[in-house]
Design a protein around this ligand. Sequence first.
Ligand code: NAD
Length: 254
Amino acid sequence: MGDRLKDRVAIVTGGARGIGEGCAKAMAAEGARVVVADVKDADAARTVREIEARGGSAVYVRTDVLDAASIRACVHATLERFGALHALVNNAGTHFPHAIDELSSEKWDFMLDLNLKSMFLFCQAALPELRKAKGAIVNMSSVRGLIGQTDAVAYCASKAGILGFTRGLARDEAKNGVRVNAICPSNVRTPLMEEWLAKQKDPAAMRKLCEDAQPIGRMAEIEEIGRVAVFLACADSSFMTGTHLVVDGGALLD
Ligand code: NAD
Protein backbone atom coordinates (compact mmCIF):
# COMPACT_ATOMS: atom_id res chain seq x y z
CA MET A 1 0.00 0.00 0.00
CA GLY A 2 1.17 3.52 -0.84
CA ASP A 3 0.23 6.65 1.06
CA ARG A 4 -0.25 9.31 -1.60
CA LEU A 5 -3.97 9.55 -0.74
CA LYS A 6 -3.67 8.60 2.92
CA ASP A 7 -6.74 9.70 4.92
CA ARG A 8 -8.29 11.22 1.80
CA VAL A 9 -11.88 10.49 0.84
CA ALA A 10 -12.71 9.94 -2.82
CA ILE A 11 -15.92 9.34 -4.75
CA VAL A 12 -15.52 7.35 -7.98
CA THR A 13 -18.58 7.33 -10.25
CA GLY A 14 -18.99 4.18 -12.30
CA GLY A 15 -16.61 2.62 -9.78
CA ALA A 16 -18.22 -0.83 -9.86
CA ARG A 17 -16.44 -2.10 -12.96
CA GLY A 18 -14.13 -1.10 -15.80
CA ILE A 19 -12.04 2.06 -15.63
CA GLY A 20 -13.92 3.25 -12.53
CA GLU A 21 -13.05 0.00 -10.77
CA GLY A 22 -9.42 0.60 -11.75
CA CYS A 23 -9.59 4.11 -10.29
CA ALA A 24 -11.27 2.90 -7.07
CA LYS A 25 -8.67 0.16 -6.58
CA ALA A 26 -5.67 2.36 -7.40
CA MET A 27 -6.90 5.13 -5.08
CA ALA A 28 -7.63 2.69 -2.25
CA ALA A 29 -4.15 1.21 -2.74
CA GLU A 30 -2.77 4.70 -2.00
CA GLY A 31 -4.72 4.95 1.24
CA ALA A 32 -7.93 6.67 0.11
CA ARG A 33 -11.29 5.76 1.59
CA VAL A 34 -13.29 5.22 -1.57
CA VAL A 35 -17.00 5.63 -2.24
CA VAL A 36 -18.03 3.50 -5.21
CA ALA A 37 -20.95 5.41 -6.78
CA ASP A 38 -22.71 3.18 -9.30
CA VAL A 39 -25.94 1.36 -10.12
CA LYS A 40 -24.55 -2.14 -10.65
CA ASP A 41 -25.00 -3.67 -7.18
CA ALA A 42 -23.23 -6.99 -7.77
CA ASP A 43 -20.18 -5.49 -9.50
CA ALA A 44 -19.92 -2.79 -6.85
CA ALA A 45 -20.06 -5.35 -4.04
CA ARG A 46 -17.29 -7.35 -5.76
CA THR A 47 -15.08 -4.27 -6.19
CA VAL A 48 -15.55 -3.26 -2.54
CA ARG A 49 -14.76 -6.83 -1.43
CA GLU A 50 -11.59 -6.92 -3.55
CA ILE A 51 -10.43 -3.54 -2.20
CA GLU A 52 -11.00 -4.72 1.38
CA ALA A 53 -9.21 -8.00 0.68
CA ARG A 54 -6.14 -5.95 -0.29
CA GLY A 55 -6.37 -4.03 2.99
CA GLY A 56 -8.08 -0.95 1.54
CA SER A 57 -11.23 0.90 2.57
CA ALA A 58 -14.27 1.27 0.32
CA VAL A 59 -18.04 1.50 0.54
CA TYR A 60 -20.76 1.20 -2.10
CA VAL A 61 -23.32 3.99 -2.30
CA ARG A 62 -25.92 3.20 -4.97
CA THR A 63 -25.98 6.36 -7.10
CA ASP A 64 -27.57 7.13 -10.46
CA VAL A 65 -25.52 9.92 -12.02
CA LEU A 66 -28.48 10.79 -14.26
CA ASP A 67 -30.41 11.87 -11.18
CA ALA A 68 -29.45 15.07 -9.30
CA ALA A 69 -31.20 13.94 -6.11
CA SER A 70 -29.33 10.63 -6.14
CA ILE A 71 -26.03 12.51 -6.60
CA ARG A 72 -26.79 14.84 -3.67
CA ALA A 73 -27.68 11.80 -1.56
CA CYS A 74 -24.30 10.23 -2.45
CA VAL A 75 -22.39 13.32 -1.32
CA HIS A 76 -24.47 13.38 1.87
CA ALA A 77 -23.80 9.65 2.51
CA THR A 78 -20.07 10.22 1.95
CA LEU A 79 -19.97 12.97 4.57
CA GLU A 80 -22.03 10.92 7.03
CA ARG A 81 -19.67 7.98 6.61
CA PHE A 82 -16.26 9.66 6.27
CA GLY A 83 -16.76 13.30 7.33
CA ALA A 84 -15.07 14.93 4.32
CA LEU A 85 -14.56 14.75 0.56
CA HIS A 86 -11.16 15.36 -1.03
CA ALA A 87 -11.43 13.91 -4.54
CA LEU A 88 -14.14 13.28 -7.12
CA VAL A 89 -13.53 11.04 -10.12
CA ASN A 90 -16.29 11.60 -12.68
CA ASN A 91 -15.97 8.40 -14.70
CA ALA A 92 -19.46 6.92 -15.24
CA GLY A 93 -20.27 6.93 -18.92
CA THR A 94 -21.03 4.75 -21.88
CA HIS A 95 -20.51 4.26 -25.58
CA PHE A 96 -22.67 2.70 -28.28
CA PRO A 97 -22.16 3.00 -32.03
CA HIS A 98 -24.58 5.43 -33.66
CA ALA A 99 -24.64 6.54 -37.30
CA ILE A 100 -25.98 10.10 -37.42
CA ASP A 101 -28.85 9.19 -39.78
CA GLU A 102 -30.23 6.72 -37.24
CA LEU A 103 -29.45 8.68 -34.07
CA SER A 104 -32.66 9.75 -32.31
CA SER A 105 -32.86 12.94 -30.33
CA GLU A 106 -33.51 10.80 -27.22
CA LYS A 107 -30.32 8.77 -27.75
CA TRP A 108 -28.31 11.97 -28.28
CA ASP A 109 -29.71 13.36 -25.03
CA PHE A 110 -28.98 10.10 -23.18
CA MET A 111 -25.33 10.08 -24.28
CA LEU A 112 -24.80 13.74 -23.42
CA ASP A 113 -26.69 13.44 -20.12
CA LEU A 114 -24.78 10.36 -18.95
CA ASN A 115 -21.32 11.29 -20.19
CA LEU A 116 -21.33 15.08 -19.68
CA LYS A 117 -24.27 16.55 -17.77
CA SER A 118 -23.70 14.06 -14.94
CA MET A 119 -20.28 15.68 -14.38
CA PHE A 120 -21.84 19.13 -14.05
CA LEU A 121 -24.41 17.78 -11.58
CA PHE A 122 -21.84 15.88 -9.50
CA CYS A 123 -19.40 18.79 -9.41
CA GLN A 124 -22.17 21.16 -8.36
CA ALA A 125 -23.16 18.87 -5.49
CA ALA A 126 -19.58 18.10 -4.40
CA LEU A 127 -17.90 21.49 -4.75
CA PRO A 128 -18.89 22.93 -1.35
CA GLU A 129 -17.02 20.03 0.31
CA LEU A 130 -14.17 19.94 -2.22
CA ARG A 131 -13.54 23.66 -1.57
CA LYS A 132 -13.29 23.04 2.18
CA ALA A 133 -10.79 20.24 1.50
CA LYS A 134 -8.88 22.07 -1.30
CA GLY A 135 -9.57 18.93 -3.26
CA ALA A 136 -9.32 17.69 -6.83
CA ILE A 137 -11.69 16.65 -9.61
CA VAL A 138 -10.70 14.11 -12.29
CA ASN A 139 -12.98 13.82 -15.32
CA MET A 140 -12.83 10.76 -17.62
CA SER A 141 -12.74 11.98 -21.20
CA SER A 142 -11.26 9.94 -24.09
CA VAL A 143 -8.92 10.34 -27.03
CA ARG A 144 -12.26 10.59 -28.88
CA GLY A 145 -12.61 14.02 -27.30
CA LEU A 146 -9.49 15.03 -29.23
CA ILE A 147 -9.90 13.13 -32.51
CA GLY A 148 -12.94 11.78 -34.36
CA GLN A 149 -14.46 8.32 -34.45
CA THR A 150 -16.73 6.72 -37.06
CA ASP A 151 -20.41 6.48 -36.05
CA ALA A 152 -19.86 8.27 -32.76
CA VAL A 153 -20.89 11.94 -33.09
CA ALA A 154 -22.67 12.07 -29.73
CA TYR A 155 -19.85 10.22 -27.96
CA CYS A 156 -17.19 12.49 -29.50
CA ALA A 157 -19.26 15.56 -28.59
CA SER A 158 -19.65 14.37 -25.01
CA LYS A 159 -15.94 13.63 -24.61
CA ALA A 160 -14.83 16.94 -26.19
CA GLY A 161 -17.44 18.65 -24.00
CA ILE A 162 -15.80 17.16 -20.92
CA LEU A 163 -12.52 18.85 -21.87
CA GLY A 164 -14.24 22.23 -22.26
CA PHE A 165 -16.09 21.71 -18.97
CA THR A 166 -12.79 20.80 -17.29
CA ARG A 167 -11.06 23.96 -18.50
CA GLY A 168 -13.98 26.24 -17.58
CA LEU A 169 -14.37 24.76 -14.12
CA ALA A 170 -10.61 24.85 -13.50
CA ARG A 171 -10.64 28.61 -14.13
CA ASP A 172 -13.56 29.14 -11.76
CA GLU A 173 -12.22 26.94 -8.98
CA ALA A 174 -8.51 27.84 -9.01
CA LYS A 175 -9.24 30.68 -6.58
CA ASN A 176 -10.97 28.18 -4.30
CA GLY A 177 -8.05 25.77 -4.27
CA VAL A 178 -9.86 23.02 -6.21
CA ARG A 179 -7.95 21.55 -9.16
CA VAL A 180 -9.83 20.09 -12.15
CA ASN A 181 -8.20 17.84 -14.75
CA ALA A 182 -9.18 15.18 -17.27
CA ILE A 183 -7.85 11.87 -18.60
CA CYS A 184 -8.04 10.83 -22.26
CA PRO A 185 -7.57 7.05 -22.55
CA SER A 186 -7.52 5.16 -25.84
CA ASN A 187 -8.68 1.51 -25.85
CA VAL A 188 -8.99 0.02 -22.38
CA ARG A 189 -9.84 -3.62 -21.64
CA THR A 190 -13.12 -3.13 -19.75
CA PRO A 191 -16.46 -4.98 -19.62
CA LEU A 192 -17.93 -2.33 -21.94
CA MET A 193 -15.15 -3.01 -24.46
CA GLU A 194 -15.55 -6.81 -24.09
CA GLU A 195 -19.33 -6.57 -24.59
CA TRP A 196 -18.82 -4.53 -27.75
CA LEU A 197 -16.15 -6.90 -29.09
CA ALA A 198 -18.43 -9.90 -28.51
CA LYS A 199 -21.05 -8.31 -30.80
CA GLN A 200 -18.63 -7.92 -33.74
CA LYS A 201 -18.77 -10.23 -36.79
CA ASP A 202 -15.20 -11.33 -36.16
CA PRO A 203 -14.42 -10.52 -32.49
CA ALA A 204 -10.85 -11.85 -32.64
CA ALA A 205 -9.97 -9.72 -35.67
CA MET A 206 -11.58 -6.65 -34.08
CA ARG A 207 -9.70 -7.28 -30.81
CA LYS A 208 -6.44 -7.34 -32.77
CA LEU A 209 -7.36 -4.03 -34.44
CA CYS A 210 -8.18 -2.50 -31.04
CA GLU A 211 -4.84 -3.71 -29.67
CA ASP A 212 -2.82 -2.62 -32.70
CA ALA A 213 -4.32 0.89 -32.50
CA GLN A 214 -1.75 1.46 -29.74
CA PRO A 215 1.92 1.25 -30.81
CA ILE A 216 2.49 -0.41 -27.41
CA GLY A 217 0.54 -3.30 -28.99
CA ARG A 218 -2.21 -3.89 -26.44
CA MET A 219 -5.13 -2.24 -24.73
CA ALA A 220 -4.67 -0.53 -21.36
CA GLU A 221 -5.51 -2.41 -18.17
CA ILE A 222 -7.97 -0.59 -15.90
CA GLU A 223 -5.46 0.13 -13.13
CA GLU A 224 -3.11 1.76 -15.64
CA ILE A 225 -5.78 4.44 -15.99
CA GLY A 226 -6.49 4.31 -12.26
CA ARG A 227 -2.90 5.19 -11.40
CA VAL A 228 -3.16 8.33 -13.55
CA ALA A 229 -6.32 9.26 -11.64
CA VAL A 230 -4.29 8.86 -8.41
CA PHE A 231 -1.65 11.23 -9.78
CA LEU A 232 -4.24 13.88 -10.71
CA ALA A 233 -6.04 13.51 -7.36
CA CYS A 234 -2.95 13.74 -5.13
CA ALA A 235 -0.38 16.43 -4.34
CA ASP A 236 2.05 15.08 -6.96
CA SER A 237 0.06 17.11 -9.54
CA SER A 238 -0.31 20.19 -7.30
CA PHE A 239 0.58 22.66 -10.09
CA MET A 240 -1.74 21.11 -12.69
CA THR A 241 -5.25 22.33 -13.37
CA GLY A 242 -7.49 22.69 -16.41
CA THR A 243 -5.54 20.21 -18.48
CA HIS A 244 -5.82 16.63 -19.70
CA LEU A 245 -3.44 13.70 -19.77
CA VAL A 246 -3.47 11.48 -22.85
CA VAL A 247 -3.02 7.85 -21.74
CA ASP A 248 -3.04 6.05 -25.04
CA GLY A 249 -0.10 3.66 -25.47
CA GLY A 250 1.05 5.96 -28.27
CA ALA A 251 -2.23 5.75 -30.25
CA LEU A 252 -2.14 9.45 -31.20
CA LEU A 253 1.47 9.34 -32.43
CA ASP A 254 0.50 8.60 -36.06
P1 NAD B 1 -18.02 0.10 -18.27
O1 NAD B 1 -19.39 0.00 -18.86
O2 NAD B 1 -17.19 -1.13 -18.23
O3 NAD B 1 -18.13 0.73 -16.81
C1 NAD B 1 -18.92 1.88 -16.64
C2 NAD B 1 -19.48 1.94 -15.23
O4 NAD B 1 -20.31 3.10 -15.16
C3 NAD B 1 -20.37 0.72 -14.92
O5 NAD B 1 -20.04 0.19 -13.65
C4 NAD B 1 -21.77 1.30 -14.95
O6 NAD B 1 -22.70 0.65 -14.11
C5 NAD B 1 -21.52 2.75 -14.51
N1 NAD B 1 -22.66 3.59 -14.88
C6 NAD B 1 -23.28 3.64 -16.09
N2 NAD B 1 -24.36 4.44 -16.00
C7 NAD B 1 -24.42 4.89 -14.73
C8 NAD B 1 -25.32 5.72 -14.02
N3 NAD B 1 -26.40 6.26 -14.61
N4 NAD B 1 -25.06 6.01 -12.73
C9 NAD B 1 -23.97 5.45 -12.11
N5 NAD B 1 -23.11 4.64 -12.73
C10 NAD B 1 -23.33 4.36 -14.01
O7 NAD B 1 -17.28 1.26 -19.10
P2 NAD B 1 -15.71 1.65 -19.20
O8 NAD B 1 -15.20 1.14 -20.48
O9 NAD B 1 -15.03 1.36 -17.94
O10 NAD B 1 -15.85 3.24 -19.36
C11 NAD B 1 -15.78 4.10 -18.25
C12 NAD B 1 -15.52 5.52 -18.74
O11 NAD B 1 -14.28 5.55 -19.46
C13 NAD B 1 -16.57 6.05 -19.70
O12 NAD B 1 -16.78 7.43 -19.45
C14 NAD B 1 -15.93 5.84 -21.05
O13 NAD B 1 -16.41 6.75 -22.01
C15 NAD B 1 -14.48 6.13 -20.73
N6 NAD B 1 -13.52 5.55 -21.69
C16 NAD B 1 -13.48 4.20 -21.92
C17 NAD B 1 -12.56 3.69 -22.83
C18 NAD B 1 -12.45 2.21 -23.12
O14 NAD B 1 -11.73 1.84 -24.06
N7 NAD B 1 -13.08 1.34 -22.36
C19 NAD B 1 -11.70 4.57 -23.50
C20 NAD B 1 -11.77 5.93 -23.24
C21 NAD B 1 -12.68 6.42 -22.32
